[in-house]
Design a protein. Structure first.
Length: 654
């Protein structure tokens, strides 16, 4: 990011007040929001302490709210004990035990439901089974599963016995799985014989076997869920069928009550260096923010049917599938499959069939579904929808307006949410019964979140529509606690930029005259592809690992559907390929990256060059590469380049 403030060139003047009928029935009114905001501003700690006591069923009540003694490793509710699974399940059994907790639909149309009582029993049976296999509090369990109710059951079962789960997205490769297993020191993997996606079977067990063949000495058992019925290899003494693990186990399991700071999960997210970061989240603080935001942002009522389309391999699936809505006692929808399979009406058919009232998805999905035209969603009855949401990356105004007009029929509030894996829960969002919305804006921070925009010196940017670093000025309960096994990297990545004064989100943002925020994009070299954060260094490392490649640099390129596409510049060994040879080599390298990192990381475009634009000190000038990828004219100073002539080649002119 430039050392000077960025000036926003997008001025969005359209504003949409909350629907009057929605507002009349909303959980939070304007007066409630104002009161919460004033309370948080008056006494930050007391505000969070009150909410924690009201929202969480504590086994041992806490007496200390915020421990700043080892800042920026902040700790919340440090002497309290609780169990997250107990707070998501057991607390509901008396009042809503027979209420539907999960509605599940498979890609082939099969469906089933689980009540809160049935879900609790399933979690307890697996928790007892895990204990029988030697899993104890503090052990790490890696989940590499399809998007079925059993994924949530496995997460909740780990939480119930104090085990720390680390979910790996089922689209990641064996190598990516292996790296996460090794870094976490996992004792067990829970996977499946396969998953379904776009009419294809994802070979999860085979990928697991490949990963475990590469120095994963800490793994003792692999638990395999039967989903597809395929014949797979089962390693005697190591591999166990899920059905055998739970066979004969009791449907009650005493929760392991843990300290509020006990790690609930690790979730690996890409960074600007080669190794993914194991983001560590706590139990008490994480639960509090996910429950509150589920209730406030989505206006959850007891009769709602809530569908967050995210996979549990991502933080959105943790916070707004597996934990937040269940802690709030909601009915959730889970779908295993592609959003456009067998056609572009699949999401809308599910909304119609199950009477979905709250729909939360990514701008990537919205843009993809827009391409099928208005007539597809208009052919379904979406009248039960009352609230729409977006998550994953900033939504462009055109897609926002389509969502508002075609899906929401101009009556459903849209909650455009900004948050991160690291923040644990939603940080900025409209409050649907109160906040007027603007296309492309996540509006304002929720009460208790102290956001600001600062310049290179860390000073507040007060002028409207002037960009800068988005920072959080005060700690909040669901914030990441550290990077697993690397606290120095945690401090360096999120705090050192401004001498530990602020949490640095890594995004640039602007704030308009009304105090509405708009996220402008990443400051660092992290790509946001279809809502998935991928480190450029990981893709570059994979490319350079191929024998045909000497050097590589990866940047993001704007993409109508994905948000960002991956654009790779490659310096090959030997002569630079042209024509058919370049096409063939590009395919080889794309397939290679897919094997190394997963299909999501395959470069969309590969351009071959004799060299990369570097300064005389050897630093690659990535800003120039981004400019070329966007097809824009180079206006930056190129006088420090070692070889200016290389720019013509990179532009495809030579």
């Amino acid at each position: 990011m430039s050392e000077k403030n960025l000036e926003s060139i997008l001025h969005e003047s359209r504003s949409f007040p909350p629907n009057a009928e929605f507002t009349s029935k909303a959980r939070l009114k304007a007066a409630d929001l104002e009161a919460l905001t004033r309370e948080a501003a008056a006494d930050h700690e007391a505000y969070w302490a009150r909410l924690a006591r009201e929202e969480i069923d504590w086994h041992t009540p806490f007496t200390q709210t915020l421990d700043e003694s080892n800042a920026p490793n902040y700790r919340w509710f440090t002497d309290g004990t609780l169990n997250v699974s107990h707070n998501c399940l057991d607390v509901h059994l008396e009042a809503r035990g027979d209420k539907t907790a999960i509605i599940f639909e498979a890609e082939n149309g099969d469906s089933r439901t689980l009540s809160y009582r049935e879900l609790t029993a399933a979690v307890c049976r697996l928790a007892n089974g895990l204990r029988a296999q030697g899993i104890q509090s503090g052990d790490r369990v890696v989940l590499y599963m399809p998007m079925t109710p059993e994924a949530v059951i496995a997460m909740q079962a780990c939480a119930r016995i104090g085990a720390i789960h680390s979910v790996v997205f089922g689209g990641f490769s064996a190598k990516s799985l292996r790296d996460r297993i090794v870094d976490a020191g996992a004792k067990m993997v829970i996977t499946a014989d396969g998953g379904h996606r776009g009419g294809q079977i994802i070979a999860l067990k085979e990928a697991t076997d490949t990963a475990l063949s590469q120095e994963c000495e800490t793994i003792e058992h692999v638990v395999v869920l039967r989903c597809t019925g395929r014949d797979i290899n089962m390693v005697e003494g190591r591999d166990l069928w899920w059905s055998d693990v739970i066979d004969g186990q009791a449907d009650q399991c005493e929760p392991e009550f843990v300290n509020a700071e006990h790690p609930l999960f690790l979730l690996y997210t890409s960074g600007s260096t080669g190794m993914p970061k194991g983001i560590q989240h706590s139990s008490g603080g994480y639960l509090l923010n996910t429950k509150l935001t589920s209730k406030w942002v989505f206006d959850l009522n007891d009769d709602d049917v809530f569908w967050c389309t995210a996979d549990v391999g991502w933080v959105t699936g943790h916070s707004y599938v597996a934990y937040g809505p269940l802690a709030a006692g909601a009915t959730i929808v889970i779908y295993e499959g592609a959003p456009t399979y067998p056609d572009g009406g699949r999401f809308w058919k599910i909304c119609q069939q199950y009477g979905v009232t709250i729909f939360y998805t990514a701008p990537t999905a919205i843009r993809a579904l827009m391409r099928f035209g208005d007539e597809v969603p208009l052919s379904y009855d979406l009248s039960k929808l009352r609230l729409l949401g977006t998550v994953g990356e900033p939504i462009n105004p055109e897609a926002w307006m389509w969502y508002h007009r075609v899906i929401g029929k101009e009556r459903c509030p849209i909650v455009d949410t900004w948050w991160q894996t690291e923040t644990g829960a939603i940080m900025m969002s409209p409050i649907p019964g109160v906040t007027a919305t603007k296309p492309g804006s996540c509006t304002r921070p929720i009460p208790g979140i102290a956001a600001a925009i600062v310049d290179e010196e860390g000073e507040r940017v007060e002028a409207p529509n002037q960009g800068g670093y988005l920072v959080i000025e005060k700690p909040w309960p669901s914030m990441l606690r550290t990077i697993w096994g690397d606290n120095d990297r945690y401090i360096e990545t999120y705090w050192e930029k401004f001498n530990n004064r602020y949490y640095v989100a890594g995004d640039s943002a602007v704030c308009d005259e009304e105090g509405y925020y708009r996220i402008m994009g990443r400051i660092d070299d992290v790509l946001n592809v279809s809502g998935h954060r991928l480190g450029t260094m990981e893709v570059e490392s994979a490319l350079v690992a191929h024998e045909l490649v000497v050097e590589a640099a990866v940047v993001g390129q704007p993409h109508e559907i994905k948000g960002e596409a991956i654009f790779a510049y490659v310096v090959p060994r030997g002569a630079r390929p042209v024509g058919e040879d370049a096409v063939a080599m590009a395919k080889v390298l794309r397939d290679w990256v897919g094997e190394e990192l997963g299909a999501i990381a395959k470069p969309d475009d590969i351009r071959f060059a004799d060299n990369l634009p570097k300064t005389r000190s050897g630093k690659i000038m990535r800003r120039l590469l981004r400019t070329i990828a966007k097809g824009e004219e180079i206006t930056q100073d190129t006088s420090t380049l070692e070889n200016e002539a290389i720019l013509d080649q990179l532009r495809g002119e030579k």
